[in-house]
Design a protein around this ligand. Structure first.
Ligand SMILES: [Zn+2]
Ligand SMILES: [Zn+2]
Length: 233
């Protein structure tokens, strides 16, 4: 279980370290646990200090837009963590999945792990064929392995293609772009289970939310969403 914590070099600058990143690079990470955020979706409020109660909701959560129970991201999507995610995703640097999943585990934002099944946000099969791997699945597999719970990368599938979310302008376009894109093949590992849904980047939450809607329909008891980074606008 612990052998994953002994890489030899920093994943970013290649100096020697026994952590995923060296001390210098670690100082340049923008951890989200330092900021005040929405108790449900994790959207940062931009305050420097965390509030004592920590239970305020953002406007979208007040309007009850999300199907998941809570969502959190470990880092802001900026600086070199953004570069690392980009390399993992688009440059076939699969080796980075090791360090990035260690960072997810080391900074796991939920106080207790009470999930039964870890499920990655899926790619459409045409994209999977082109990329040859699903970066979120690589991260999810390591998390499931570490916490010793079910890993199910096959049940939730993407049945239709979406346009890249960054091509979408406003929030409404992004929400429409991911509507009816996902499907659960069976209720196995989902029905009555607490699900940890994992993706690399959280932007508007539309993708995570559509996946959550499908999982809820398949009988999930509780859905927590975890992403490595969060893009803010
Ligand atoms: Zn470094
Ligand atoms: Zn919220």
């Amino acid at each position: 279980m612990l052998e994953i914590f002994f890489p030899k070099t920093c994943s970013f600058c290649t100096s020697l370290t026994d952590k995923p990143l060296c001390m210098n690079c670690t100082e340049d990470l923008y951890l989200m646990d330092k900021v005040d955020c929405c108790a449900k979706c994790g959207e940062p409020f931009g305050h420097i200090e965390k509030s004592a109660e920590g239970n305020e909701l953002c406007l979208r959560c007040i309007k009850d837009e999300f199907y998941f129970d809570f969502a959190r991201s470990v880092f802001f999507h900026k600086g070199f963590i953004k570069e690392l995610v980009h390399k993992l995703k688009y440059r076939k640097k699969i080796i980075l999945a090791q360090a990035l999943s260690e960072l997810l585990i080391l900074n796991f934002p939920f106080s207790a792990f009470d999930f039964d099944t870890v499920i990655p946000v899926p790619l459409h099969k045409s994209k999977l064929r082109k990329r040859e791997y699903n970066q979120s699945s690589l991260l999810a597999k390591k998390v499931a392995g570490y916490f010793n719970c079910n890993f199910d990368p096959f049940n939730l599938v993407k049945i239709n293609k979406s346009k890249p979310q960054f091509e979408m302008g406003n929030l409404l376009q992004r929400i429409k772009n991911v509507r009816n894109l996902f499907e659960a093949r069976s209720n196995k590992n989902i029905e009555g289970k607490n699900i940890l849904l994992i993706d690399d980047v959280y932007t508007t939450g539309s993708t995570i939310n559509e996946c959550s809607k499908v999982l809820l329909k398949a009988g999930a008891a509780k859905i927590g969403a975890l992403t490595l980074t969060r893009a803010t606008f």
